[in-house]
Design a protein. Structure first.
Length: 557
């Protein structure tokens, strides 16, 4: 029998995000939303005039002015930075009566600041009588008092921010102003302590360059994970644990003051101007590939590496190595600016230099990240094909340039940078699956497993995503040694992906979880004028990696 859940709301009219949350909950395995707990207010004490007067009395005129200015920024950005379809869908209002749920009206007792919400004994008794197992806070205010103790599983709520860095609000703004590389959210079980809820789940997505786009991406991403967390709370098989608390050493953020808003507007204007000017000058970020012979990847000195010259109006990236008959072959992405897509090309590399052997795989959609693996004495490749919404394998029929499609492993998925390898008698797939914001393939690491790499039955790990952090989730290579596997991962920067690399040792990979230990970081300091590096691989003798520069794209490098 499914557990009963209630949602605390401010009325029948709700945001599209709340409407979507309840819609998603209807598909949950272990619970169902049965009740709306609807806050209602004494109009005399809580109309808009009294609210403004209360804010003026407590915080002063300057706060009122800054709130008005912030609203203007919000509205202007909606039209400047959001497509019309996104704007109309994300900000539209929906009606909760569509779900036909039980309704219970309660009257919160508001603090003078209108921030703290408590409930009288009659309301508490009425909610208890509904026999709910859990409440979802989707209304306003900070909940205090007996409401926190009504349900056996308490009250769960979002905090749209990384509570280790950003407590307070507004959500999605401070990360942009402070140029933080990621914007986080947590799902917490509320406690009496302000900002001291027990964290049940956290995630982090790449920070967008403007506030409104960052807010939309953050709120769209978080919904589906709240449904998953609540389902797991009531699961007999999967039990989620509370995250260990850490000291918080940052300020409590509030609505930005006037000078902070002006700083934000100036920073954003300069960033937009830089983007426009570089586009007009046909200057863009351009990847390149380099290599370095060494017997141990730990001994590599990257500034000594040799760069492969980019073809005119193209770039090379995502290098992978295969040694065959004593020769080293580098498979990589060869991106054509005129076609706006990549294909898989091959270079032969030795101590004397390198040779462009030609194209191995070319499709009508973008190809990159040509991950190579061997199975039953055959060579296979799993390139990134997120534009075609699948994960597929090609088989080499004549090395190194003839390949044919062997199998589509997973369909209708937008996934990036897939690693496939064997460990402890089972085959594993590590890949980054896009969230609801389908432009983001950098935030999550998902695990699948199968008896063999050509299986029709790849099983999704029950704890997916095993990593939800745009600064470490996305694959950037794999180094396999006899007793150890090292995952190379990308570090995302503010408004830029692939700014640096991390290498981590995979310590646990089984049905019970995934765990890795950070070994080192590789920053793009090995050549002058670099802006990033996002792939690295090693075959026992040769290290290959890529790097990012800003260049004119109408001339060869």
């Amino acid at each position: 029998m499914k557990k009963k859940v209630g949602v605390i709301v401010e009325g029948y009219s709700c945001s599209e995000q709340l409407y979507e949350l309840i819609s998603l909950s209807q598909k949950a395995k272990n619970y169902q939303v049965t009740h709306l707990i609807i806050n209602q207010y004494d109009e005399k004490s809580y109309n808009i005039t009294n609210k403004v007067l209360s804010l003026y009395k407590i915080k002063g005129l300057r706060y009122i002015i800054s709130a008005i200015l912030f609203r203007i920024i919000f509205e202007v950005e909606k039209f400047l930075f959001l497509p019309r379809a996104t704007r109309e869908k994300f900000f539209k209002k929906s009606d909760l009566r569509d779900f036909g749920l039980n309704e219970l009206f309660v009257t919160p007792i508001l603090s003078e600041s209108k921030i703290i919400y408590r409930y009288n004994n009659d309301d508490i008794t009425a909610i208890k009588a509904s026999d709910l197992d859990l409440l979802i806070r989707a209304g306003n205010g900070i909940l205090k008092g007996g409401i926190l103790e009504i349900c056996s599983e308490g009250i769960v709520s979002f905090h749209h921010g990384n509570n280790n860095l950003n407590r307070g609000g507004p959500p999605g703004f401070w990360e942009v102003l402070l140029r933080q590389p990621s914007t986080g959210f947590i799902i917490q079980r509320l406690t009496a302590e302000l900002d001291g809820g027990n964290v049940l789940f956290r995630g982090a997505i790449p920070t967008k360059f403007n506030y409104i786009a960052n807010l939309v991406a953050l709120q769209r991403t978080a919904n589906r994970y709240l449904v998953k967390v609540i389902d797991n709370i009531f699961s007999e098989k999967l039990k989620i644990s509370t995250e260990e608390r850490l000291p918080y050493s940052y300020p409590l953020y509030n609505k930005p003051r006037i000078r902070e808003q002006l700083s934000y507007v100036l920073k954003t204007a300069l960033l937009v101007s830089d983007k426009v000017i570089n586009r007009l000058l046909n200057r863009r970020f351009r990847w390149g590939v380099a290599y370095h012979f060494t017997n141990n990847w730990r001994d590599a000195v990257l500034w000594k590496s040799i760069r492969i010259k980019n073809p005119k109006n193209r770039f090379l990236a995502d290098p992978f190595i295969m040694k065959k008959q004593g020769e080293h072959y580098c498979f990589l992405e060869d991106y054509d600016y005129s076609l706006e897509r990549g294909r898989i090309a091959v270079y032969k590399i030795n101590e004397e230099g390198y040779t462009d052997l030609g194209v191995a795989i070319d499709e009508k959609f973008h190809l990159s990240y040509p991950f190579l693996f061997q199975y039953n004495d055959e060579l296979y490749m799993c390139p990134e094909t997120h534009e075609n919404r699948d994960i597929r394998i090609y088989k080499c029929v004549s090395f190194p340039l003839e390949w044919e499609l062997e199998k589509i492993l997973i369909q209708n998925v937008k996934a990036a940078d897939t690693n496939i390898f064997e460990r402890n008698g089972r085959w594993w797939m590590l890949t980054s699956v896009a969230n609801s914001d389908e432009s983001d393939c950098s935030s999550t690491l998902h695990v699948y497993s199968a008896a063999n790499p050509l299986s029709d039955d790849w099983i999704e790990h029950e704890y997916n995503p095993v990593i939800f952090d745009s600064c470490q989730a996305r694959n950037a290579g794999l180094i396999i040694e006899p007793d150890t596997i090292y995952r190379v991962s990308q570090k995302q920067g503010f408004d830029r992906y692939g700014v640096a690399l991390d290498l981590s040792e995979i310590q646990q990979l089984d049905d019970f979880g995934y765990r890795e230990r950070w070994i080192c970081s590789i920053e793009p300091n090995f050549f002058p004028g670099l802006h990033g590096t996002h792939t690295l691989n090693f075959d026992g003798e040769l290290l290959v990696f890529d790097y990012l520069k800003r260049e004119y794209t109408n001339v060869s490098s």
